[in-house]
Write a protein that binds this ligand. Sequence first.
Ligand code: SAM
Length: 235
Amino acid sequence: MTSTTYAERRGQLTTYFDRTAVEAWARLTSDAPVSKIRATVRAGRDAMRGTLLSWLPDDLSGRRILDAGCGTGALSLEAARRGAEVVAIDVSATLVGLAAERTGTIAGGGSIDFRVGDMLDPSLGRFDHVVAMDSLIHYSAADIARALAVLGERTDGSVVFTVAPRTALLTVMHAAGKLFPKGDRAPAIVPITLGALDRRIGREPALAEFALARTHRVNSGFYLSNAIELSRSRA
Ligand SMILES: C[S@@+](CC[C@H](N)C(=O)[O-])C[C@H]1O[C@@H](n2cnc3c(N)ncnc32)[C@H](O)[C@@H]1O
């Protein structure tokens, strides 16, 4: 049986998000006009970002937040505007560069420390909250659970992230196929069953103190993603 390891998949994603799809991502994450299909994706992603941000405390002053797989940085910017000290990391140096360019001056007292690299790098330190929006969706359930365990160990509050739900496999496949033209298709999205992921999370000792606090599905045309919050039970 062949399975892609975390490192292999991260390598494919680096190539994809640092070269193949840079133009498409820059456009999708801007205000520039896009096709009808991509407009549904943009709307879904806006709604998802809003959901994840609404699960964090309103006042983020002095809170350390990891934006794991920050892409072009929209979530980081909103968190920083609410006062957070954000560490924004992505394997794509090009997208991180674009994010830094787009950030400008931050009103609201927060800050963003942009980094190029792996979200699991231990040198990033401890966090109050970790957010991983659509950055784990290309990894296997086993790799997601392991990544959550690594991140959870360094998190005092909550880890909020998204997965592609398995129940609407067809929609996900359509979305993956049609979002970008043939030449710059993404590495496959891995649909996940919430129950199965929950069981894997339950088997991770590092996540023993975390509970699945809430979930929310966003389905907007060709965008389909499930938000999940893992919270330290004592929080
Ligand atoms: C679908 S994009 C989402 C970007 C951003 N979170 C957003 O919602 O706009 C996924 C991002 O995760 C990044 N990524 C994937 N695996 C990563 C890893 N192991 N460490 C850091 N970034 C990663 C990719 O380079 C890509 O920019």
